[in-house]
Design a protein around this ligand. Sequence first.
Ligand SMILES: [Zn+2]
Ligand SMILES: [Zn+2]
Length: 746
Amino acid sequence: MEDPEEYQSPVEESRPDGPGTVPAQYQYVAGPDSLLPEGRSTSTSSVLPELEADSIIDAVTLRRIMKNRNVKIIPLLICSAGLPESAKKEALQEIFKTPITAGFSSHHILATNRSNYEIACVYSTSMLYNFGVQSCQLIRSSEGISYKISTDQPSIYKDTLLNKHMKELLAHLHKYCIQFCDKQELEFVFTVTRGAALINIWNITLNTNVFYFLRAFSGHLTNSRMWLFADLTIEEVNEEEGKLQIWQKPLDYLLRCMRLCKGVTTHKRPCTVFASHSGEDSDKEIETKMKTFEEELQRVARQLNVTEFVDQTLPFNKKTQGNYFLLFLKNLVGSVYGKTRIPISGLFLRGALEHKESMFMRKAGLRQLAEECDMNDEDFKEFCELFTSFGSIFDLSLVNDTSDIIIVKPNEFLSNLNKAFDNPPDSKMYNESGIITKTAAREMFGASQGETFMSVLALVGMVAVVPGGKYAEDETHEVCYYMPCARKRKQERFMDKEAVRLLLNNRSPINFVNFEVAFTNCMLKHSFAQLQLSTAENRTIIKCTDNSSIITMTYRGDEIEVKVMPPSKKHTLCVVQAFKEIAEIIDKKKGRGRFSYAFAIMCSKNEKEYHRLPHDVKLCDECKSKAEYSDWIEALTEEPIPEKFKFVTDIEFDDVIFVTKELVACCDQEMLTDLFKTCFDADYKESLPPWLNVLNQLTKWITQDLSNVPNSSATKAELAAKLDKWSNSKPDEIKALVKTLHKFIQ
Ligand SMILES: [Zn+2]
Ligand SMILES: [Zn+2]
């Protein structure tokens, strides 16, 4: 029998803006049981063959339904990210019609569709999944068939948690189905949708530990999208340093994090930028500002080799009240094709986890619950991956296969992380030194969860587990935790010119390793190494108890400073080995691009020039005679950087093209001739077109200048320094150009 009424079933077929035809396999089919395939394959038909009119759905029936049928859902995580004062607060308030607090917050939205997407805010995680179950068309109303929901039920599961949730689910169905039978106005109409979009929205501030934590799940949050709130009203801090300079750091950070969503077929460009303004500027001015912002974004993106990530940039007037974001969300859900088919029992299981007191579970324990919910091994594996993909759980074993921890309440976890380390209520010791004792962890996250909480942070590389008992007076525990990013006091900005510099190829978004944590882990393997308190946000200090050498490591993004004082070859060798180990760790994280590094010293005559260790024959006489580097030269000769990690250059072909284009646009032949003579000691070939001339010369210089250092080329810093020197005696126009180039190639 064919259903006479055609209705749109958008969760299976996403065409939200017009009437659609339901594919045959999704149409309502009623008929004798024998005509229907068995088991879960019946899921494509929408009727419950075993139920007749006025049947009673009780726990046993519901469990059978959940076992046998699948539901199609759109799982979606929206990371709403921005600086603390950005308009994301206004945007979320518009959607949720409720004040949004500072710091991390999580929200749920359910979207379902008849002729257009209906969107509703849902107040708890378990409610979201209960609606998900309900959307599976347990009831078919247009036929005049109704089912009674029994709320009186025996305990059918061994696990009390599951029984408790079954009771709640039946009560939920009862509540909404009674309303339906009474023909009352319904907020939600699910009887014909068979599936819903389950949307998780996180309000995240950039540069916080929450964002930091999420980096660990890059590549696993496959059903996530980013809403980035840029604020066009922010005053430019310093015109000299460039437009929208204030954005540089967060953008850099954000772009490195773009892999949170990358590599997903459903969201090729996972980021939407909302450029907010106060409505005081004219449209033209807003357009100009947006253009400037986009250019800045592109510039940073190019530096980091992140392309094709912004879907669109949209202006947003902070002062206007409206349904801008709700409409946007509707369109977004309508355009998402990533629908997933899962057993209904998956939604039931996820809902049940909300009754757990703890945020954490052993994977084995969760597997047992899954078995009770009639899920097999394959179902369970899919459950873990799918629910991690939109941040509904965090399966730590996906990022670290030695782990068997599952975070079953991610919202609570992230909220705790935010409260403890991003917005700490008072000035705690850990803000200064980054040392968190077990006692402090228990105070912050509860006696039963404190240690697990910190060990999770260790698993994702935010924390090093170090020997305890000496950082706090009342501390008797064997271990405590070193969390460099918990320190939010001051950065060590003063550059130590004597220190050896570790150059990193920062082009690929490899910054998923916290170098301070990794370095601490590697160094503390030696019995003589002891972590010292350090109050600078970017500095780790290790004391060697065997000879009192102090090893200082200062992280500056694309450069790391290391110093061993007093010099000691033994400990220098340990440092060299530690970075080799770190390189191996990064290398194991596949898909992050090639990681390469080199050790160098700053020339004592010219700070802009570096000599690479161990055997830069360009080493000038002055630097050659310096004794303190001899340990490094020996250590690096003994323990050379493996070939696969050797730093060649950080200049990419794109950079060369860009610099060429800019130089040709800005300089006449006379200036180019001078540039060639002064910088490259070469003749300008008049027979060639200017661009080819410049391109040839730059390429030649970049690849040959350092040919005395085996397999090495010039770096961006070296190219910038060269052009800088030349532009000193040139007109302002050229100086301005070199300044732009500096910004681009640095
Ligand atoms: Zn429940
Ligand atoms: Zn020198």
